[in-house]
Design a protein around this ligand. Sequence first.
Ligand code: CA
Length: 224
Amino acid sequence: MRTLIIEDNTELANLLAERLAARGIESDIAGGIVEADDHMAVGQFDAIMLDLGLPDGDGIDWLRSLPTDRPPVLILSARSTLDDRVTGLDTGADDYLVKPAEVEEIAARLRALVRRPGRRDPVVLKVGNVTFDTTSRQAEVDGQLLAIGRKEADFLELLLRNAGKVVPRERLEGTLYSAADPVTPNALEAVASRLRRRFAEAGEDNILHTVRGVGYFFGSRSAL
Ligand code: CA
């Protein structure tokens, strides 16, 4: 999952990004409205975290200006009155949390937002004998736990969510790497081969396929 954190407190934004990354949520950071617009113009985000008191405008006004096909928005603000929360939600925010909030709860709410709208994506993804728990970030083959890193977990999650389809490399790069953590030429293939090695060790050596020049495919090759 990739999010945009709009927050003018740099220290808080960095801390949040770091702690979310440990939970499989990559973030770009915007310090205000103008920067947020710049990120929105070039990046693809699964969710947005929005502070309201920003140096170059109010988050509520910015939220109003967004197109209807925007990603879900979680307001994270120190404004804590009932009026503030109702206004935020009525303006179209999908969720509202008052600062300070625990990162565990922020991550859980982001996952819930991404599971909507109308989609009932399961918490545990399962394809054949492979399962991935999107909350604990643990992957198993036939109940055998795989030792995988954060990028491998992000990669696997996206492939499992799109099992049976070729996932374009641009989409994977956009999800795994943020503006602060740019992708290098062979980074994706390195992640894929580490993942393949873990699968092979668990006895599953023909499940993750590279579609040269296009992307990656998860499943039995006959379905390609
Ligand atoms: Ca602020």
